[in-house]
Design a binder for this molecule. Structure first.
Ligand code: KIV
Ligand code: NA
Length: 266
């Protein structure tokens, strides 16, 4: 099976075909969602919260993102794999940004990278695309900006903020991004942005008018139930399945039921 490219993703918007995106951080989950036909897998810096247990995405390092990206690329055959540039790997200067993006591709095997911001990162997006690394933008509720935002709150409710987000979206497109994540914004603003740009918009907590949707895999599987914001839909209850399995294992070990003869060597 041929792997999807950024051309396929861009064409889906033109064809009015919705784009499905999930995050993955490891081989087994990447493999399952790839076989299910997911269009794009995002190795998100959300790994910091849902896998490592941090309160924000800020602590994850570039080396850690490379490690997770390698596992996801090995687990997938048909999905486009996009890796997040973590906090402090692209903000200081353009040289840093290009080196970080290049490492996610060269060492991680990513097919594209994602970074957060609008007009303020347009030059960064242009610098990375100029070395032929495709870039996905990300505006609205940008988790790396948690301290500026004063928490994880819906963005663009005030008219001036909404105007700025529209300008940000156009700046990201003009800088050469192939797609744009819209996170935590009102759905009619997401619709206006989606109509205003020619690149596909991928929404999370941004309503149904986006060209595609992304969610964190741990959230839709009920694997990480620390927070559950309104925009999450739980499609499976994996926590309960794991708890049941672990409970049974513990009981059988304690009772001497496991291992049985069939699990033992003669
Ligand atoms: O890190 C992440 O998981 C993300 C998305 C949910 C868009 O950036
Ligand atoms: Na992210």
């Amino acid at each position: 099976k041929k792997r999807k490219t950024i051309l396929d993703i861009r064409k889906m918007k033109q064809d009015g075909c919705k784009i499905s995106v999930l995050t993955a951080y490891d081989y087994p989950l990447a493999r399952i969602m790839d076989e299910a036909g997911i269009d794009l897998i995002l190795v998100g810096d959300s790994v910091a919260t849902v896998v490592s247990g941090h309160d924000t995405t800020l602590p994850v390092t570039l080396d850690e993102m490379i490690y997770h990206t390698r596992a996801v690329v090995r687990g997938s055959q048909q999905a486009l794999v996009v890796a997040d540039l973590p906090f402090l790997s692209y903000q200081v200067d353009l040289r840093d940004a290009r080196l970080s993006a290049g490492r996610l591709v060269k060492e991680g095997g990513a097919h594209a990278v994602k970074l957060e911001g609008g007009e303020n990162v347009a030059a960064t997006i242009a610098a990375i695309t100029a070395m032929d690394v495709p870039v996905m933008g990300h505006i609205g509720l940008t988790p790396q900006s948690v301290h500026r935002m004063g928490g994880y709150r819906v963005q663009g409710r005030q008219e001036e903020q909404a105007r700025q987000l529209l300008a940000d979206a156009k700046a990201v497109e003009d800088a050469g991004a192939f797609a744009l994540v819209l996170e935590g914004i009102p759905r009619y603003l997401a619709r206006d942005i989606t109509q205003a740009v020619s690149i596909p918009t991928i929404g999370i907590g941004a309503g149904v008018y986006c060209d595609g949707q992304v969610l964190v895999i741990h959230d839709i599987l009920g694997l990480c139930e620390k927070y559950s914001p309104k925009f999450i839909k739980k499609y499976a209850d994996v926590s309960t399945a794991i708890r049941t399995g672990v409970d049974s294992y513990i009981r059988e070990v304690k009772e001497g039921v496991f291992p049985a003869a069939e699990h033992s060597f003669d």
